[in-house]
Write a protein that binds this ligand. Structure first.
Ligand code: IPE
Ligand code: IPE
Ligand code: MG
Length: 241
């Protein structure tokens, strides 16, 4: 008999909406910033756990296009943590054989942060272990609009004909052009919504929601999510054979 691990269905691509940092801090009577810091520290262990469990692509939602509406103080805390994380990321890539890409509109980020991102993406291209995406200033609607703009430009320049726009070709204009759609989406902290995450890519993704706050989401919790996924009977609109 095959071992359980061998017969288990593992999702190729897992997306995570890392929610609940604020509530995690509140529960401990700590400032929200401490929750964000604990949340940021949980990213690397999650990457390792995902890879250990057989996941090839992991995409995490770190900062949405709507998160700019938070207080200046909170936005600047989040940007500082993101910068710190991304600056230390080359070392993590080397250690964990991990490639990092950013999805989202980086043009609204500070010049500093943009340079860090470009250099990190270039450096980490060589690694073929975990393919890790960080969604930063990311919104699903914004991504679709940016893709549409690129397509419209190409049509205007005569490089593309409107009749040639298809689901397959449209996908190539998204930030996730070379990345397969997520098989499993996890949202921590109990909210049952998508909050503008990967709207196009989630069309047929299985969804897993847990009440656990992001800083407490560990390998055991990830295993529970993967167990849930393994027991799902995936459908794509057809009939079960
Ligand atoms: C997730 O935690 C982090 C970001 C959205 C950047 P929250 O800050 O949303 O935490 P809650 O939802 O207030 O608990
Ligand atoms: C979604 O969480 C965005 C990230 C995790 C980065 P939010 O906490 O911002 O989403 P809402 O406001 O609860 O929908
Ligand atoms: Mg939240």
């Amino acid at each position: 008999m095959a071992k359980k691990e061998e017969i288990k269905k593992i999702p190729t691509h897992v997306g995570i909406i890392m929610d609940g940092n604020g509530r995690w801090a509140k529960k401990r009577l700590l400032p929200r910033a401490m929750g964000h810091s604990a949340g940021a520290n949980n990213v690397e262990p999650t990457c390792k756990a995902a890879w250990d469990l057989g996941v090839k692509y992991l995409t995490v939602y770190a900062f949405s296009t709507e998160n700019w509406t938070r207080s200046d103080d909170e936005v600047s805390t989040l940007m500082k943590l993101l910068k710190q994380y991304l600056e230390g990321c080359k070392e993590k890539c080397l250690k964990n054989n991990m490639r990092v890409r950013i999805i989202g509109d980086i043009s609204r980020l500070s010049k500093d942060l943009q340079e860090t991102i470009i250099s990190l993406e270039e450096y980490s291209k060589q690694f073929d272990g975990l393919q890790f995406q960080v969604a930063l200033n990311y919104g699903g609607r914004d991504e679709i609009i940016r893709a549409t703009r690129k397509i419209a430009e190409e049509c205007k320049e005569g490089k593309l004909s409107p009749a040639d726009i298809s689901e397959e070709s449209f996908k190539n204009y998204l930030d996730t052009a070379d990345i397969p759609d997520p098989d499993l989406l996890i949202r921590t902290s109990g909210e049952l919504r998508i909050s503008n995450f990967m709207l196009w890519q989630l069309a047929y993704t299985e969804m897993y929601f847990t009440d656990v706050y992001w800083p407490d989401f560990d390998k055991k919790e990830l295993e529970k999510a993967l167990e849930y996924y393994a027991n799902r009977d995936r459908r794509y609109g057809g009939r079960k054979s």
